[in-house]
Design a protein around this ligand. Structure first.
Ligand SMILES: NC(=O)c1ccc[n+]([C@@H]2O[C@H](COP(=O)([O-])OP(=O)(O)OC[C@H]3O[C@@H](n4cnc5c(N)ncnc54)[C@H](OP(=O)(O)O)[C@@H]3O)[C@@H](O)[C@H]2O)c1
Length: 334
């Protein structure tokens, strides 16, 4: 038996259930079983908990995209991994669990520059930043970049990657209290409420994670010729972790539409990504994990580590904006 955190019904953080569930009896030949030490928490887990995540499986299901732990069993054809290896893994759901079984491509031996907590904190954020900044935007030294969610998990990895490549980076935050999370990576902080009036209109790349019409329009207005607006999330549909039909409709109906000719006329690129889709393609997993192994300068910013029994509190802290850095669930020390 394993212990898992389940979404049996959509709702508040209190609606998450902790249950004992049976583990699969035998592994497929290319699968690995991991005794989980830490599970990473992502904002998307909250979005799926309230029932707004389109790609989530039918209820009941176990959320969670990433874990670190120790290999406890390997399928008959698995090479290069042995029982006892310390690993990290991407999980396409199911990561909030004391034990997971995943295809071998989704597993990476824990890079030596990361400890177990950092290893659970990095898969989703690194994959997102790598695909977005390197594979899609192909950013390079000197490029002027704005990250709108600069103080969160994605922001911390993005800012480190941009600092390493020598980009000129700016980051938004709702509050000056969080500016230090931006300046520590040699990026320049700007208050979110003041960005519309920011005088520079020559950004090569802007990351939008709010999905909000006003923010999108203002960010488009700040792009350089040939600039790129990248859409990553819809932060604006939730407030304090609660969905409201009015807010959701406002965001969805208010989303700007673009005529194809406008790209021709205005010299710009708008794109986006659902990183989950990359999990289905071994080619992308292999490429991303190789890049992660080589990125030994990266240090995920670990916030609070909660016993899995305190998952409700962890979700409350994240949705109420009380969290700094990456939040983790601990399956061993409780
Ligand atoms: N498309 C994908 O595949 C994918 C993958 C990973 C993440 N995401 C999305 O990326 C976003 C960031 O994820 P995360 O893990 O870094 O979250 P996180 O660690 O919870 O951080 C939340 C961040 O959102 C910022 N924020 C608050 N209000 C905002 C607003 N109106 N507009 C933009 N940002 C705002 C916060 O900044 P301040 O508190 O400083 O204002 C903070 O930096 C989320 O929307 C998430 O769903 C998407």
């Amino acid at each position: 038996m394993k212990t898992s955190i389940l979404i049996n019904k959509y709702g508040s953080a209190e609606s998450l259930d902790i249950e004992k569930t049976p583990q699969k009896e035998s592994l497929d030949k290319h699968e690995i079983e991991i005794d989980v030490h830490y599970s990473g928490i992502n904002y998307a887990d909250i979005v799926m908990r309230v029932g707004l995540y389109q790609d989530a499986p039918p209820k009941p299901f176990v959320p969670g995209y990433e874990v670190s732990g120790v290999v406890s069993n390997v399928g008959s054809e698995v090479k290069n991994y042995n029982v006892g290896d310390e690993v990290l893994a991407g999980t396409r759901f199911g990561g909030y669990s004391s034990s997971v079984i995943v295809p071998v491509e989704q597993v990476l031996k824990k890079p030596t520059h990361l400890n177990m907590k950092e290893a659970a904190a990095i898969p989703v954020n690194f994959m997102t930043c790598y695909i977005m900044l390197i594979e899609i935007a192909r950013l390079k030294k000197g490029d002027k970049v704005l990250i709108d969610c600069a103080t969160g998990g994605i922001g911390s990895i993005a800012l480190q990657m941009l600092e390493k490549m020598g980009a000129e980076t700016y980051g938004l935050s709702t509050t000056e209290k969080k500016f230090k999370y931006i300046t520590q990576y040699n990026a320049q902080p700007i208050l979110r409420s003041e960005f519309t009036d920011f005088p520079d209109k020559d950004f090569k790349f802007i990351l939008n994670s709010s999905g909000d019409r006003k923010a999108i329009n203002s960010q488009l207005d700040h792009l350089d010729l040939g600039g790129h607006l990248f859409l990553l999330g819809i932060n604006s549909i939730l407030k304090d972790g609660k969905k409201s039909l009015a807010r959701t409709l406002k965001t969805l109906i208010g989303a700007p539409f673009f005529h194809t000719f406008s790209f021709l006329q205005k010299n710009r690129t708008i794109s986006g990504a659902n990183i989950l889709n990359y999990f289905d393609h071994p080619k992308w997993l292999i490429k991303t994990f190789q890049a992660l192994k080589e990125s030994d300068y990266l240090k995920p910013n670990i916030g609070k580590v909660y016993s899995f029994k305190d998952v409700t509190q962890a979700h409350l802290d994240l949705e109420q904006g009380k969290a700094f850095g990456k939040l983790l669930l601990d399956w061993k020390n409780h």
